[in-house]
Design a protein around this ligand. Structure first.
Ligand SMILES: [Zn+2]
Length: 72
């Protein structure tokens, strides 16, 4: 009782983030922020783009993945 879990101090704002491509944990300062969205192919018949839910999220990619995909 009353045991306090100290706040994670080490590193401060450089908490590791996981790469959205390879899933590797990388320090945030070394990660590249990416916005990943799911594009719906407008050529697909019967799809109204305005009604399709297109989620997008912000993620991070490690340096190697970012380079690989031309993000940086
Ligand atoms: Zn990666």
């Amino acid at each position: 009782m009353g045991k306090k879990w100290g706040r994670y101090k080490a590193g401060g704002r450089s908490q590791p983030v996981s790469c959205v491509y390879c899933g590797r944990l990388v320090p945030r300062i070394k990660a590249v922020s990416v916005r990943k969205g799911f594009r719906v192919d407008p050529r697909i018949p019967g799809i109204d783009r305005r009604r399709v839910f297109m989620p997008s999220f912000k993620g991070y990619a490690c340096i190697s993945c970012a380079k690989h995909r031309g993000l940086i």
